[in-house]
Design a protein around this ligand. Structure first.
Ligand SMILES: [Zn+2]
Length: 332
């Protein structure tokens, strides 16, 4: 049920108290679970009908019809909940993760604030700061999660009238051409690829309506890629605290504020991470897209034999993007 804000029942003080109580425990709905095709895979918390949760928290029946239209999912902010909607509370495992994240965040908060201030003003002085040295040491000496990159990936370029792009034009440009990117210095050529066509489109076009030339790329087992995807279930107590601090503070995948500006301080920490990872022999970095739940990868050796374009680029437009391909971001 969708309720217009103006037509939601007005709550009295007692009803409001019950609303706040039940709202605080609704952490997930079916939209923020995982999907296997169109099937929901319920991974987060114990699946309950909202009705059961209201009963569990002893919300008096006389307030329920007024309260329910005000409720939304705490995870994805889905406002369409009714008594029969499936929801869940945070489970014990989640509580433990959250506690651990809070401890790490508290421990490094001030250092990170100082470091981001310094690096924003003096990007090349990162290693003069303690947290910069922590990043360097962590990436060059710790055992960190890695993954292999295989299968079909995508990359695209905005269509330009009267220009026929070939596969070579879509793959990474020669040294000297690229602008500053999340993991590359200005002019440095690395290969960015996306897991899905929709994500590749979004990375280039954002929400703009238009056409791109999409290139399918087969990757044959690209090993030793540093995995910096910040999936909730990747955070364990044994994770490296510096990597966790970087991910929790969104320093790997923070959004660029001024897209048109050539000054992009949001990229200074990722490029430092990228330099450390290249120096340590990693073959690339897997990271979360800032524009969807999906992942992107940057590969350091764009001329590797394992990177094989499949056919020629094809036209792809915003109309090809399936609805609900992208969900809003989950905040930790
Ligand atoms: Zn949800």
């Amino acid at each position: 049920m969708d309720f217009d804000e103006d037509f939601k029942p007005i709550l009295n003080k007692t009803a409001e108290k019950y609303r706040a109580k039940i709202q605080s425990v609704i952490k997930y709905c079916d939209l923020c679970q995982s999907f296997d095709g169109s099937e929901v895979l319920w991974l987060w918390g114990q699946k309950l009908e909202l009705e059961e949760l209201l009963f569990k928290y002893k919300i008096p029946e006389k307030y329920i019809d007024d309260i329910v239209p005000h409720l939304f999912c705490g995870g994805c902010h889905n406002p369409s909940l009714d008594r029969c909607s499936y929801v869940s509370e945070e489970d014990i495992y989640d509580v433990d993760i959250r506690k651990n994240l809070k401890e790490i965040d508290k421990k490094f908060k001030k250092e990170i604030d100082d470091f981001t201030t310094l690096i924003t003003e003096y990007p090349s002085l990162a290693l003069s700061h303690r947290f910069g040295r922590r990043i360097y040491k962590t990436i060059t000496t710790s055992k960190l999660p890695t993954c292999n990159i295989n299968g079909t990936w995508y990359r695209c370029r905005k269509k330009v009238e009267d220009k026929n792009f070939t596969s070579n034009d879509i793959l990474a440009p020669q040294t000297g051409i690229s602008s500053l990117g999340r993991f590359n210095h200005s002019g440095q050529s690395l290969l960015y690829i996306a897991e899905y066509e929709e994500v590749a489109y979004k990375e280039v076009m954002d929400d703009a309506v238009g056409q791109v030339l999409m290139q399918e790329i087969r990757i044959d087992k690209h090993e030793n890629v540093l995995d910096l995807t910040s999936e909730w279930n990747n955070f364990h107590r044994d994770n490296n605290p510096i990597i966790v601090a970087l991910l929790v503070n969104k320093l790997v995948d923070q959004k660029v504020v001024f897209k048109e500006s050539k000054w992009k301080p949001e990229y200074f920490i990722p490029t430092l991470i990228s330099d450390c990872a290249r120096k340590s022999g990693y073959q690339g970095i897997k990271y979360k897209s800032t524009k969807s739940y999906e992942c992107n990868v940057v590969l350091f050796d764009k001329s590797s034999k394992n990177i094989i374009p499949q056919g020629e680029p094809f036209l792809y437009s915003n109309k090809d993007i399936k609805e609900n391909s992208f969900s809003s971001e989950v905040d930790f």
